[in-house]
Design a protein around this ligand. Sequence first.
Ligand SMILES: *Cc1c(COP(=O)(O)O)cnc(C)c1O
Length: 235
Amino acid sequence: MNEGEARREEIAANLDDVRKRIGEACAAAGRDASQITLIAVSKTFPPSDVRHLAALGVTDVAENRDQEARPKATETSDLSLTWHFVGQLQTNKARSVAGYADVVQSVDRVKLVGALSSAAVRSERTLRCLVQVSLDEAEDRGGAAPDDVPELADAIAAAEGLELKGVMAVAPLGADSLPAFQRLAEVAAGLRDAHPEADVMSAGMSGDLEQAIACGATHLRIGTALLGGRRAIVR
Ligand SMILES: *Cc1c(COP(=O)(O)O)cnc(C)c1O
């Protein structure tokens, strides 16, 4: 077995484990696993891993830095994957991200809505957007305060080139994810009252996908459990 085959087998085994965890969590929550979209977070891993994931049936991939995401998405554009941008986004990067991302999960301020809208219109693409919600006071990790979500959602819904799809959050570091995701579920329900089509709740990572599924997550963002521990450098 060559190196590429060995890596594919490793990722295949990881994917089996993750799918098993999703299945068990869905059974415990009385949900159907078909309601869950698994997004593989490929940051720090090479395009060849994205190819392995696609060959194993993964359809959605996420990255958190534009300078890493753009070349990776370009190199694998033949795979027709859905690309999610999940990192903190500067307005001056909006144009670049609009060139390859299908979904921007980290919309957390009105100024960014304007930048993404112009960028989407200019590149003649439609960007699906999630409002990133901050579930703790540490603002440096991005996200809008729950009270600011309605205004931001209205801005996205009204913006040309953008489609409002729902909410995203990262659980606070070092705390139980369950109460945080319960709070996110409340915010998501409030958003659906005003925008019934916006039914995505992106929550849950390698360490807390069970809690996310219990709280109604529709999209999971899984890195480590699929690809292993992250190295500092992209190969
Ligand atoms: C890296 C990252 C993930 C994946 O985290 P893992 O713990 O490796 O599964 C999910 N969401 C965001 C926003 C990330 O940056």
